[in-house]
Ligand binder design. Structure first.
Ligand code: GLN
Length: 190
């Protein structure tokens, strides 16, 4: 199993470690030519969504990845990655951030936990998986979801995990905790 891991910026190496531990092979997607290598699924890591979106556009990677997602390639997106998948960013006019893929009908709020609570750790249920550790770093939360979006996790009444067709998105960073069950569930989607 080969996983394309977007490796422009952010916490991609941590995802690779977990996936390799589970027996998958990772291909780092750093430039447009990497996108023609065969891979079965995609990881969009945490980091800074505005920087990632800008680089995706500048490096000519955006359109290919967007169509891979729209054509059903399984995707695991965390934090900034989840922001890239949101159809609407809270506080921004729909369609305005053209550097976002917008492939999950949901509205996400960036940097949603305020300064003091910018980073925190908790444990909560993820549907179909059980209670998992959750590390939030300047995390977004999902303010609302549209049709066909399954809510996977809620922390303090805020949605922090969803599934939509081939895409799983989380506000937190499962790659930073030793629990590998979310990555395992992702590999099962392939
Ligand atoms: N605050 C970041 C953003 O808006 C996301 C933070 C993260 O990925 N840990 O893109």
């Amino acid at each position: 199993m080969k996983i394309g891991v977007l490796a422009l910026q952010g916490a991609f190496a941590e995802h690779e470690k977990v996936l390799e531990q589970l027996g998958a092979e990772c291909i780092e997607l750093r430039q447009a030519r990497n996108l023609s290598e065969p891979y079965d699924a995609l990881v969009l890591p945490g980091g800074e969504s505005t920087v990632q979106g800008k680089l995706l556009k500048e490096l000519g990677m955006f359109d290919t990845i967007k169509s891979q997602i729209e054509n059903g390639m399984p995707v695991l997106a965390t934090c900034a990655g989840a922001i890239l998948l949101a159809e609407t960013i809270d506080g921004q006019i729909k369609g305005q951030p053209e550097q976002y893929f917008g492939t999950i009908p949901m509205c996400i709020r960036r940097n949603a936990y305020g300064r003091q609570l910018g980073s925190f750790h908790t444990e909560a249920q993820v549907a179909g998986i059980g209670t998992v550790p959750m590390t939030f770093i300047r995390a977004p939360y999902i303010a609302s979801v549209g049709d066909g979006v399954e809510v996977l996790a809620v922390v303090e009444e805020r949605i922090v995990g969803v599934k939509h067709k081939n895409q799983m998105a989380f506000s937190f960073h499962p790659e930073l905790d030793p629990d590998v069950r979310i990555h395992k569930a992702f590999l099962k989607m392939i």
